[in-house]
Write a protein that binds this ligand. Structure first.
Ligand code: CA
Length: 227
């Protein structure tokens, strides 16, 4: 992982400079682009291990950059967004970004997100039937969940929610992605289904929303299973 190459698409020179120091001091290599168009080209020609994308670019909407890259690549995309830009952030995740960091961000938080996404890329979860996260084990083939070896009896929908989070462990999964995948597109507005299901899952796997071991809530956005 130490040789991972990170493509940074960001128009502001001081932020790029700051990111370069943070990224290189963590042992990664940084490739730069100051425009969306150039970023898409570099994503294609340089095949980076991760893309760090600023949503506020002068030449293109960040969502269009994600859409263009997603036409051919599943490279993890971490977006940089400004505080209070909830709609923009959610749209970026729904367009195919994997997670976000809000500006101004702490270097430690940024590097933790980068590492989590790089890990999830190294071990494509969907290809393995048995996923484990500390004491929590999820068998995608047998549809069983255990905590410290004891089975947690989840309903079918609860299992599907947890399995979707597990397949994207370390990544943020939006309400829209969860609702449309587990309940279907007609239930996009039924966010209470999801809230109730996650509450039940937490009870059954012994997790605490206020101090999560497994499932983290991103208020108004979605959920992340700690990978
Ligand atoms: Ca910008």
């Amino acid at each position: 992982m130490s040789e991972a190459r990170i493509l940074v698409i960001e128009d502001e020179t001081p932020i790029r400079r700051f990111l370069k120091i943070a990224i290189e001091s963590a042992g990664f290599t940084m490739i730069e682009a100051d425009r969306g168009r150039i970023g898409i080209e570099r994503a294609a020609t340089e095949a980076p291990d991760l893309v760090l994308l600023d949503l506020g670019l002068p030449d293109m909407d960040g969502k269009s950059v994600i859409g263009a890259i997603r036409e051919w690549s599943q490279v993890p995309i971490l977006v940089l967004s400004v505080r209070d830009a909830e709609t923009e952030k959610i749209a970026a995740l729904d367009a195919g970004a994997d997670d976000y960091v809000t500006k101004p961000f702490a270097t430690g938080e940024l590097l933790a997100r980068l590492r989590a996404l790089l890990r999830s890329r190294k071990a494509p979860a969907a290809e393995r039937p048995l996923l484990s996260f500390g004491a929590l084990a999820i068998d995608l083939a047998a549809h069983t969940v255990t905590v410290d070896g004891t089975e947690a009896k989840l309903t079918r929908k609860e299992f599907e929610v947890l399995a979707l989070l597990a397949r994207h462990a370390g990544r943020l999964v939006t309400h829209k992605q969860l609702l449309t995948t587990v309940w279907g597109p007609a239930h996009l507005e039924d966010s209470h289904y999801l809230r109730i299901a996650v509450g039940h899952i937490r009870d059954k796997i012994g997790d605490d929303a206020a101090d999560p071991k497994f499932i983290v809530t991103e208020p108004g956005v979605g959920y992340r299973l700690l990978g």
